[in-house]
Design a protein around this ligand. Sequence first.
Ligand code: E4P
Length: 223
Amino acid sequence: MKLYIDSADFEELSNLKNSPFVDGVTTNPLLIAKGMKKSEVGDGEYFEYLQKIRKLSPGELFIQLASSERDSAVYEIAKIRELIRWPVVIKVPATPDGFYAIAKLSKEGIASAATAVFSPGQACLGLAAGAKYIIPYYSRIEQMEQGKGLDVINEIMRITSPDRLLVASIKTEQDFCILLKEGVKNFTVPYSLFCEMGKNSNTEMAVANFAENLKVNWSRRRK
Ligand code: E4P
């Protein structure tokens, strides 16, 4: 299983240092705007922000293209390659222009992901274009197609190898467990859900009880 954290928040990412089992970080323009606390930024400060995210992120960092036009996308990709430490996966929305960009990235040997996938057709084109990952938005599909989220994920799973499927837009522990049972191997979850899943008041009570009942006076401590 691979676990990614969906975040562009410095404080959240700093806390990931204590989680060596996190495989990487996924971002998107909404998360970056939230992290930067503004919706319009110069490219200099944008790349500086990405560099800071890179410093704080373990493993693979997924950066979604902020450019919607081909010329600016070419510039953005060149700057990401120049300024951001690898491994990076370029996330590209699964649109006609997006598949074109994915095919170009693939020809240049740059890892990419087809993101914001809502249908098996988009997954097919993402794979054909050479995306390393296909990223469907589970709970958004679930909301829009009234409970059909799992059917769509299952259809996508039939055409995508498990290693190339990364399911996003997971809102609850229940979503996570349902997807895991269906055979999904790669997940990205918001930091809040990651923390929530790691906590249980019964475990905390049990730990307190263990500590109350056995106190070891250690003769040596690791420095
Ligand atoms: C994934 O890479 C996306 O950043 C994210 O999960 C989008 O979904 P959401 O906005 O519904 O959480």
